[in-house]
Write a protein that binds this ligand. Sequence first.
Ligand code: NAD
Length: 362
Amino acid sequence: MPKHTVTLIPGDGIGPEITAVMCRVVEAVGVDIAWELAWAGTEMLEQTGSPLPTETIESIRRTKVAIKGPITTPVGSGFRSVNVELRKQLDLFVNLRPVLSLPGTGARYDNVDIVIVRENTEDLYAGVEFEQGTSAALGLIDYCERAGAGHIRADSGLSIKPISISGSKRIVEWGFEYALANKRSKLTAIHKANIQKFSDGLFLKVAREVAQDFEGRIEFEDRIVDAACMGLVMRPHEFDVMVLPNLYGDIVSDLCAGMVGGLGLAPGANIGTEYAVFEPVHGSAPKYAGKDKANPTAELLTAVLMLRHLGEKDAADRIMTAITSVLAEGRFVTYDIKRSLTGSTAGSVGTVAFAEALINRL
Ligand code: NAD
């Protein structure tokens, strides 16, 4: 009987290549995992009529832990994001995204060590939307006018931004508990409460209330999202743990990935009270699909998070050390890292060659 069973969702675009490499690396450190293969994405939509088959959700409910590659969400089509759906159905309310500058990556800043805690189920990202011209959209526009909420042009499409007390409380509490457990010193709540008074304003009010319970143990501050972005670029070392509503979390995590060498290096985890689904920050990068070009490091750092979650700390540390050592040495790096380091992709290696260098090091 294997020690762990984990649902593996390869995804699409570069997903199958980077998840295959991830499985090889995890095997190389000798962790006994039975992978339960499950599918989601555009191909599934064509084959089964659903981009997220019930068998995939059932597998995660059974194994409790999944790791996935990215999944394409076509812009402006009727296809709802599989990722958003997964997070909703499994109530994965935390999106944890560590941002760490590693040597040899051409990161714009040294010694950045920020942890992004993004709310994962609410906000404009929740997909509560009304298409322009539909009777629902027109009815809502009419209701807003009658309720004194303001005039909305009749030819508008609408997206609703729900932010609740309970949703905000649980994510801010989780952020503080994470900060305590991981010996962090400060938590910054990010918002636009000066303008979005009833949504971000509520998030901030709750964050301030929760902060009182941790007074004297974790320092608390809040920043307006636009000023926080400037602060991140100018003085990233002022940030430690950041807690953000969903959409700001999405945007700020790509900004942070850019500070430390790009999306090819940014891991992530979706966590709830019962289930955890690990996935890198980046998307399916369709233009690199099947070309043996993608950097698998983000997926591998994501596996490091998963192994820690499974209690396999030594294996996680060994993979982390091997990644750090291969990157620092600089002989086997993918195109994105080479470009950050030299301005050109000449001399870079492919996905598989990088993985092989890593496995040799292990
Ligand atoms: P993307 O992250 O796929 O790619 C943006 C650019 O970043 C790429 O062109 C590439 O230059 C670089 N990049 C990303 N990952 C890389 C890697 N591992 N190695 C090297 N370079 C890498 O973002 P996008 O182009 O906006 O989105 C493509 C698709 O992915 C969209 O359909 C989007 O909805 C989806 N997406 C999925 C997820 C997810 O599954 N969790 C997350 C984000 C985007």
